[in-house]
Design a protein around this ligand. Structure first.
Ligand code: NAD
Length: 499
């Protein structure tokens, strides 16, 4: 049995709780490895390493720090195929999609190559008589990231790319379901010239997460995962005096206006609802056609498109999507389809009980289309996180706008239309963090920032871009004067003003 160990400076082997977690190959349904689960003592050792190395790293000039990022980016490109295959074998997404997972993280590293520019402070000359004011951003010290299974390359890089470039040391606690790629990233980072102890990986479950949240030497925690855990992490981390950003679950809606190009919409929806077996926080699992005529026309086009999808093992180059991550997750997705049916949804295409010939033990769920879903249904309110598309019919634009705005989640949302006015109104008024206009998965590029609203995001800082930089640094504001010795005669007992 392949063992996946922690990546802690100076340590080989799997010291920790002695507990392990099994790693599936979702395509075959076999256990392929096990990962050691860590505890507070293991975290202490990692923190001790980080403390040794971080001050010198923070003092290294930003251009030199950026050079490590440049080299790391090169290594990611050189190892893209290997990383993608490893990722796909544990997650289940198809290899080309796994390359996208690595690539979108790489793009944050690319942004972090510009850290000398991003960290330049502000300066006001002569803010008062002989007084200048300037600001600088300084690293926090040791940051930690707790990441979900669904993007095991991209999300860790969202976090450690920005945190480390800014001068912090970083402890990554990846998902225990697909931990190999995060370890491989840490190995490549070392190869890129980072000092030992700067980026370490500790595996674990709730025990390790709690140890991170309570540790006095960790200044900031970035979390991405499901909403209940995000909320818990946020509360516990903040109570311990840390800076916390915690991204949660999602239920993204795609609004289809009567004037939309339906062929384009169907093509976009198929990818956005079923790609990566729907296990994306920016998937589009709810489509909202506006008007009965739009609904009927859309449904007629969706049915053949969905029936034509090819479900396959993760290294099938023709497959549109692969298995879901674990047998428990397959059972959960199928239960949600049962619930939707019991609640009165019309199961138009049923993916339950799907079996792939030759891979009968794999965790496959067939593509599923459910019509006549209403906002009162539990299967609408909650995240399914599987290859399931729900149709919620809206009578008009206002009705359609209300649905994502009133939903408990507010991650992404999209509108499909040819009408610029409707699109603009929608973008301004909808209560969600990321909006696509004829773009089904509006994940902002690396030089903007990523973050949802409501129960999709706790805390006030988004991931990566300038928001990410702000999260991983603190601003110091300096007010200086260099008197010439004569004194300026001001009354030092009164608060200085510019009045
Ligand atoms: P998850 O919440 O089960 O796990 C996320 C992390 O929390 C993992 O590292 C896990 O080890 C840890 N964890 C699990 N249970 C815990 C507990 N009881 N106490 C403390 N820590 C615990 O999420 P997942 O299933 O790995 O990922 C899928 C979820 O993540 C979906 O809800 C998806 O929408 C969400 N997600 C959100 C975003 C976003 O940016 N908003 C991005 C990707 C995924």
């Amino acid at each position: 049995m392949r063992q996946i160990d922690h990546f802690i400076s100076g340590e080989a082997g799997s010291a920790g709780t002695g507990r392990t977690h099994k790693i599936w190959n979702p395509s075959t349904g076999e256990i392929q490895a096990e990962v050691s689960l860590g505890d507070a003592a293991l975290l202490d050792r990692a923190i001790a390493n980080a403390k040794k190395v971080q001050p010198e790293w923070a003092a290294t000039n930003p251009q030199r720090r950026a050079r490590v990022m440049f080299k790391f980016k090169q290594l990611l490109e050189d190892n893209m195929q290997e990383l993608a295959e490893l990722l796909a074998s544990e997650h289940g997404k198809v290899v080309d999609d796994a390359k996208g997972d690595v690539q979108r993280g790489l793009e944050v590293i690319e942004y972090a190559c510009g850290i000398p520019q991003a960290m330049k402070g502000e300066y006001s000359n002569s803010a008062g008589p002989g007084i200048d004011v300037y600001s600088m951003r300084q690293p926090l010290g040791i940051g930690a990231g707790i990441t979900p299974f669904n993007f095991p390359a991209m999300i860790p890089m969202w976090m450690f790319g920005m945190a480390i470039a800014a001068g912090n040391a970083f402890i990554l606690k990846p998902s225990e379901r697909d931990p190999s790629v995060p370890v491989r990233l840490a190995e490549l980072f070392l190869e890129a010239g980072a000092p030992e102890g700067l980026l370490q990986v500790v595996h674990g479950d709730k025990e390790m997460v709690d140890a991170i949240l309570d540790h006095p030497d960790i200044s900031a925690v970035s979390f991405v995962g499901s909403s209940d855990i995000a909320h818990y992490v946020y509360n516990r981390g903040v109570a311990a005096g840390k800076r916390v950003q915690a991204m949660g679950g999602a239920k993204n809606h795609g609004i289809v206006m009567p004037d939309a190009d339906l062929d384009q919409v169907v093509n976009d929806l198929a990818g956005a609802a079923f790609g990566s077996a729907g296990e994306r926080c920016m998937a589009l699992p709810v489509v909202v056609p506006v008007g009965e005529d739009t609904a009927e026309r859309l449904k007629a086009k969706l049915i053949p498109a969905i029936n034509a999808l090819r479900v396959g093992v993760s290294n099938d180059p023709e497959a549109h999507y692969g298995p879901v991550v674990t047998p428990e997750h397959k059972a959960r997705v199928e239960q949600w389809i049962d619930t939707a049916e019991a609640e009165g949804g019309e199961i138009v295409i049923d993916g339950r009980g799907f079996s792939l010939q030759g891979h009968e033990k794999g965790f496959f769920v067939g593509p599923t289309l459910i019509d006549h879903v209403t906002p009162e249904m539990e299967s609408y309110k909650e995240e399914i996180f599987g290859p399931v598309l729900q149709i919620v019919r809206a009578k008009d634009f206002e009705d359609a706008l209300r649905l994502p705005s009133d939903h408990q989640y507010g991650n992404g949302v999209a509108i499909f239309t040819r009408n610029g006015h409707a699109a603009r109104e929608f973008a301004h008024r909808v209560n969600a963090g990321m909006v696509g206009i004829n773009v089904p998965i509006p994940v902002p590029v690396a030089y903007h920032s990523f973050g949802g609203w409501k129960r999709s995001g706790f805390g006030d800082a988004d991931q990566y871009g300038m928001e990410g930089l702000k999260f991983w640094t603190k601003a110091k504001k300096v007010t200086q004067r260099w008197p010439d010795g004569g004194g300026d005669g001001s009354n030092a007992f009164l608060i200085p003003t510019m009045g």
